[in-house]
Design a protein around this ligand. Structure first.
Ligand SMILES: [Zn+2]
Length: 223
């Protein structure tokens, strides 16, 4: 069936690449050159304390230019249409051998939680929004098994010791029996210091989880 709304939309706003704005065939598509620049799955280097709780950590894209703007506008301005571009990128990532290898043996994914007031204000959990289509296509269930039990300050405002204090007792698990021995994909939008994901992994492991693998949409940590 012809979707008149989509036809009208394509006529008024022809689909374009989010970076170079070249016209593309379908909404949400990137031109091949810009997709190749943004989509670069890379393993994140982990410190020894991080390695104690995280089996591995990967970012699928590079946190700069278009991808950085897509994430920021989605997260802070609620620009949900950016989701189409992100889904295209994640769908391409899902076909890459290194990503398939990482996902092998995962039982389910758990998003890094937001404090409930913050999620209500934002209207969504960005990790969940970003990865839900990707996880469904990979047949990986998404389970909200972590809670943020108190509001925390943004990590970029804080020094090393303040960061540790900021995250102390900030997360708790729900449904311990569901976690026991399971291999978990811990998901978030970006990886900066990794402190939040490490603390979430520590809480999951303490509750009996098997291996925890961190995956984010983007990071600027290149090895
Ligand atoms: Zn382009």
């Amino acid at each position: 069936m012809v979707n008149l709304w989509e036809m009208l939309l394509d006529f008024l706003f022809p689909p374009h690449c989010p970076l170079c704005h070249a016209y593309v065939e379908t909404r949400g598509a990137w031109c091949p050159k810009c997709l190749a620049e943004a989509l670069q799955p890379h393993q994140l280097s982990l410190s020894v304390p991080m390695q104690a709780v995280l089996a591995d950590a990967w970012a699928f894209g590079v946190y700069k230019d278009s991808l950085r703007d897509l994430i920021r506008h989605l997260k802070y301005q609620g620009k949900r249409s950016n989701q189409f571009y992100i889904e295209t990128l994640l769908s391409a990532a899902g076909k890459m051998p290194q990503v398939q290898k990482l996902l092998f043996g995962i039982d389910f994914a758990v998003p890094v939680p937001l404090y409930p007031d913050k999620e209500k204000q934002r209207g969504f959990n960005q990790a969940e929004l970003i990865f839900s289509g990707f996880l469904a296509s990979q047949h990986i269930p998404l389970r909200r098994l972590l809670l943020r039990t108190r509001a925390t300050r943004p990590m970029y405002e804080l020094s090393g010791s303040e960061r540790e204090k900021n995250l102390k007792n900030a997360f708790a698990v729900t449904g311990i029996e569901a976690l026991t021995g399971k291999n978990i994909l811990l998901i978030d939008d970006i990886f900066t210091t990794g402190a939040t994901m490490t603390e979430c992994a520590r809480v999951l492991r303490s509750a009996g989880a098997g291996a925890v693998y961190a995956v984010v949409l983007a990071s600027d940590h290149r090895i």
